[in-house]
Design a protein around this ligand. Structure first.
Ligand code: PHE
Length: 451
C-alpha cells in the first residue's frame, strides 16, 4: 500500500541522493559547532562519546528514518500517518512529524544567523583581508556580533537564499548546488589541515586535545551534548532525512548510502577539529571560547599563509554553501506539508515558512547583543534554542523513530524497504530495537541524575 512515488518529484539518481543527503548532513554543525563544543567540553572524551553515538545510535536511526520516508513518500507528518495506518498503530504518531517540523523551524532560526556570520566574513575578507594578529581578529568578531543591524542584514540574505533554493524544488535547486561544492570544501579543509601541521608542536597539542580522552573532564551534560550533536550533525530526528528519503527511488540500498553519508560527515568534522585546535594553541586562545571559535581562529591562518586571502574567501563562501545545503533540508518537511495539506504552491509555502523563521531569527540576533543579559534557565535565546533542539528535541525525535521502526512497523515492510542480507538486517534490528533507544534513554536518566 505504500506509495510508489512522491508528488514532489524524485532525485535524478542514487548519486544525486547521496550528494543531497551529504549536503544536509555536512554544514555548520561540522565546521562551526563541532570544534567549539569540543573545546567547551574538554576535548578527547567528548569526541569519543560523540563518535560512539554516531555509530551506535546515529547510523541505525538514520537508516530507519530514511526507510520510513521512502515507504511513506510524503512529508514526515503524512508519512507517519500513512505508516501508522499501515501498521494498525495509533494515529498520534503523526505528532512526531509535527515536533520535527517545529524543531526544523527553531533550528533554522539560529542556523541562519550563524550562516550570516559566515557571509559577513566573505565580505570582510574581500574588503579588508585577513589579519594574522589574534587580538585584531578577535576584535573584528566582537564588532560584528555587537551590531544587530549588520547581523539582521546577513541573516536576511541567508534566509532569502535558502527559500529561493527551496522554491526551485528537489531537482532544480538542490542537486546541482551540492555536486561541486562538497568536493571543493574538502580540498580546502585539507589545505587548512596542512597549514595546521606547519605549527609543529602545536599540531600535536591539538591532536592530543582531540583524541586523548580524559574522562574526568566530562560531565553528564557534556555526554548529552555529544549525543545531541550526533543527531544534529547527521540531520536526524526531525524529518529532514525522512523527507529526503521520500524522494529516493526504490531499489537503492538505504544502508549503504547511509554509511557513505555518515562517514563523510564524520570525516569533515574531524578535519575541521584538526585544522582548528593547533591554531587555538599556537595563538594562546581559549578552546572553550564558544560559538565564535572558528571565526576567531581560521582568519589567523589565512592571514599568515601565502595565498591566504583567496583561500580564506573561498573557504567562507563554501561554508555558506555548506550551510545552505543543510538549511534547505531543515525547512523542506514544513514546505512539503504545506503543499500537501494546505494546497499551497511551492513558492507560497516557501515564503510563509521563510518569513516565520526569519522573524524568530531576529530574536536570536538580539540575544548576541542587545538582549544578551536576558536569560531563561540561565541561557540566552540562542543558547536556549540550541539546547532545546539539539539536546532535547532531536534525541527524543530519534528515540521515537527508533521505536516506530523497530517495534511498531510490520517487520516484513521494513525488510522489503531495506532489502538487506539476513545477517546485516539482524544487526540493524538489534541496534534499532535495543541499543539506540536504550542509549538515548540512559543518557537522559543520567542528566536527570537518576542513573
Ligand atoms: N546536519 C546539519 C549540520 O551539521 C544541520 C541539520 C540539523 C540539518 C538537522 C538537518 C537537520 O550543519
Amino acid at each position: 500500500m505504500a506509495n510508489t512515488k512522491s508528488i514532489h518529484g524524485e532525485w535524478s539518481s542514487r548519486f544525486a541522493y547521496i550528494l543531497a543527503t551529504t549536503g544536509s548532513a555536512v554544514g555548520l554543525g561540522n565546521i562551526w559547532k563541532f570544534p567549539y563544543i569540543t573545546g567547551e567540553n574538554g576535548g578527547g572524551a567528548f569526541v569519543l562519546v560523540y563518535l560512539g553515538c554516531v555509530l551506535a545510535i546515529g547510523i541505525p536511526i538514520m537508516i530507519a528514518e530514511t526507510m520510513m520516508g521512502r515507504r511513506g513518500r510524503q512529508s514526515p507528518i503524512n508519512t507517519l500517518s500513512t505508516l501508522s495506518t499501515e501498521a494498525n498503530a495509533s494515529k498520534y504518531w503523526r505528532y512526531l512529524g509535527w515536533t520535527g517540523v517545529i524543531a526544523g523551524i527553531l533550528i533554522l532560526s539560529y542556523y541562519s544567523v550563524i550562516a550570516g556570520w559566515a557571509i559577513a566574513y566573505v565580505f570582510k575578507a574581500i574588503f579588508s583581508g585577513f589579519s594574522s594578529d589574534a587580538a585584531i581578529v578577535n576584535a573584528s568578531f566582537d564588532d560584528l556580533i555587537a551590531s544587530p543591524v549588520q547581523l539582521i542584514a546577513w541573516h536576511s540574505i541567508f534566509m532569502v537564499a535558502t527559500m529561493t533554493v527551496v522554491m526551485q524544488g528537489v531537482k532544480g535547486g538542490l542537486e546541482k548546488a551540492v555536486q561541486l561544492l562538497m568536493p571543493t570544501l574538502l580540498v580546502l579543509l585539507l589545505l587548512l589541515v596542512a597549514y595546521a601541521m606547519s605549527t609543529g608542536e602545536y599540531f600535536f597539542e591539538g591532536l592530543s586535545f582531540l583524541f586523548h580522552p580524559d574522562f574526568s573532564k566530562i560531565s553528564s551534560d557534556a555526554v548529552l551534548t555529544a549525543m545531541g550533536h550526533a543527531f544534529f550533525t547527521l540531520g536526524l530526528g526531525m524529518g529532514a532525512i525522512m523527507v529526503y528519503g521520500s524522494y529516493l527511488q526504490g531499489g537503492v540500498s538505504i544502508a549503504k548510502t547511509t554509511l557513505y553519508v555518515a562517514g563523510a560527515d564524520t570525516i569533515v568534522a574531524l578535519l575541521a577539529g584538526i585544522a582548528i585546535f593547533p591554531l587555538v594553541f599556537a595563538n594562546g586562545l581559549e578552546p572553550g571560547s564558544g560559538p565564535g571559535l572558528i571565526f576567531q581562529t581560521l582568519p589567523i591562518a589565512f592571514g599568515n599563509m601565502t595565498g591566504g586571502w583567496l583561500f580564506g574567501i573561498l573557504f567562507f563562501v563554501l561554508l555558506v554553501f555548506a550551510a545552505l545545503t543543510s538549511s534547505i533540508s531543515l525547512v523542506e518537511p514544513m514546505v512539503a506539508w504545506l503543499i500537501e495539506n494546505r494546497g499551497f504552491t511551492r513558492v507560497n509555502a516557501s515564503v510563509i515558512s521563510g518569513g516565520a523563521i526569519w522573524a524568530l531569527g531576529v530574536s536570536v540576533v538580539l540575544s548576541f547583543n542587545v538582549w544578551s543579559d536576558f536569560k531563561i534557565f540561565d541561557k540566552t535565546i540562542f543558547e536556549l534554542l540550541d539546547y532545546l533542539t539539539a539536546n532535547l528535541m532531536l534525541p527524543i525525535g530519534g528515540f521515537c523513530i527508533a521505536v516506530f521502526a523497530g517495534w511498531v512497523m510490520q517487520q516484513r515492510h521494513v525488510r522489503d524497504e531495506l532489502a538487506l542480507p539476513e545477517q546485516q538486517y539482524r544487526i540493524w534490528k538489534f541496534l534499532i530495537r535495543y541499543v539506540a533507544p536504550t542509549s538515548v534513554f540512559i543518557v537522559f536518566l543520567h542528566v536527570l541524575g537518576l542513573f
